[in-house]
Each structure stands twice: as C-alpha cells, then as structure tokens.
Design a protein around this ligand. Structure first.
Ligand code: IPE
Ligand code: IPE
Ligand code: MG
Length: 234
C-alpha cells in the first residue's frame, strides 16, 4: 500500500448488522452489538494508518421508523461505547465530534455525547465524527434556515459549507458502504460531490482492518480528476 496517497477523510455507512445477525439466528440487536466491536477495530485501524478523519453513520433520520426496541437498543449501544471509551479516546488522542440533531435524542445519550465531545476537544490524532440522528437533507435545510435567520445576504459555497455539521471537516475522500447496498441513504449528500465510493459485500460486523485496506488500495488506483484532466498515477 502506498502511504503517500492515503485518504484524509474516510466515511463509513455501517450497514448490514441486522442481516448479519438474522443469518446466524440471532436478534437484530446482537448484530448492532457486534457492529460496535467492528467500529472499535476500525477506529484503531485508522489511527494505525494515520487517517485523520473518520465519519460514521450510526443512526439516520429515517431510522426512527424502526421498532422502538431496536431504536432504544442502538442508542444504548452508542451511549455505552462513549461511556466506556473515554480513557481510550484520550490515550489514542481521538477527538469526538457529531453530526445530526442531538435535541431529539434521549437526554442521557445527548448528555453523554456532549460530555465526550467536551472531554476530547483538544485531541488531534483522529477526528472521529459520529452521524447520529443525521440526514443530509435535514442538514441542508437546517443550514438554509440558519443562513436566513443570520441575515446572510449573499451565500457562497464557502458560507454554505460553514453552516453544515461538517464545517470543520474536509469533504470525505472515500465513502465505504458495507453490506453490498449501493446507495447513500441520505448520507453526506453535499459533501460527497467528489468522493470516491467503495461497496464491499461484507456486512458491517465482519468488517475488518483487512477490508479497510482493500478499500484504500482500490481508492489509490482511482484517478481523481475533479473535473480537470487525467493525472499520472504516481
Ligand atoms: C446498519 O445495519 C445499522 C443501522 C442502520 C443503525 P442495519 O440495521 O441497517 O442492518 P440491515 O441493513 O438491516 O442488515
Ligand atoms: C443507512 O442504512 C443508515 C445507517 C447505516 C445508520 P439503512 O439500513 O438505514 O439504509 P436503507 O434503509 O437500507 O437505505
Ligand atoms: Mg440497513
């Protein structure tokens, strides 16, 4: 693997937990639980590979339509992950940020997220961006409303960018969706303008550092032109 052409920002659609569990005769929530283990592996792998930004899709604005038991189960897992990982995050120099509307989340989860963001705000090695109650359309509409209420007269692309949840993040270079589905499901629609996509069949609980390396190798073979002309693949 070439270390000089690493993606700066990798974004993950962590899909396939439910199917992974059902295939094993287990409840869907077991799949989500194992999905958290996968996520921990991938966070570590990103640190080892010196990837600077990792965004993950943990819960979409559309996922509220699932049974309450599953929704509560997912929220509980995110809360436990944050509560159990603070020391690890500080040890590994990981800064937690979020994208999505936290106001609709249960108070305990919301407070846990606010606390972990505050407690890790000076860390620098990896920016770990959790998409929770996140939907790209809601993000764009929120940006528009805030731009209006701030009385902005002329909105440039830079201004608009500054109103997104991801104002402090570069656009994702590589978006990976696990489980073989080839769609974005309302994920980072504005930011993905020039992202490269990778769709492994692997369900998220089976996703490993090896899968990530394969994705990065595929990414390194792509010729990113950004509307210009072909560059020599160095
Ligand atoms: C992704 O796994 C995790 C979330 C949406 C929270 P799914 O729960 O969507 O798993 P499948 O797609 O049903 O297999
Ligand atoms: C996208 O997966 C959301 C997350 C991974 C959190 P979904 O499973 O919700 O997407 P669809 O319904 O298959 O499009
Ligand atoms: Mg799914």
């Amino acid at each position: 693997m070439k270390i000089n052409k690493l993606p700066t920002h990798v974004a993950m659609i962590m899909d396939g937990n439910g199917r992974w569990a059902l295939k094993r005769g287990k409840p869907r929530l077991f799949g989500h639980k194992m999905g958290v283990e996968s996520l921990k592996r991938i966070v570590r792998a990103c640190i080892e590979l010196n990837i600077k930004y990792l965004s993950v899709y943990a819960f979409s604005t559309e996922n509220w339509s699932r049974p309450k038991e599953e929704v509560d189960g997912i929220f509980g897992l995110v809360e436990d992950l944050c509560n159990n990982s603070l020391d690890k995050f500080n040890e590994l120099d990981i800064k937690v940020v979020t994208m999505g509307d936290l106001s609709r989340l249960p108070n305990t989860l919301k407070n846990t997220l606010v606390d972990i963001k505050e407690a890790t705000k000076n860390n620098k090695s990896l920016i770990f961006n959790i998409g929770i109650n996140y939907g790209a359309r809601a993000e764009i509409v929120r940006a528009v409303n805030n731009i209006i209420s701030d009385g902005v007269q002329e909105c440039t692309e830079q201004t608009f960018h500054n109103y997104l949840y991801t104002a402090d993040l570069p656009d994702p270079d590589l978006i990976i969706r696990a489980s073989g589905e080839k769609r974005l499901s309302n994920f980072m629609l504005y930011q993905c303008a020039y992202s490269e996509f990778y769709f492994p069949k692997t369900h998220w609980p089976d996703f490993s550092k090896k899968t990530l390396l394969k994705a990065i190798k595929a990414y390194q073979k792509r010729n990113r032109r950004f509307g210009g002309l072909k560059q020599e693949n160095k």
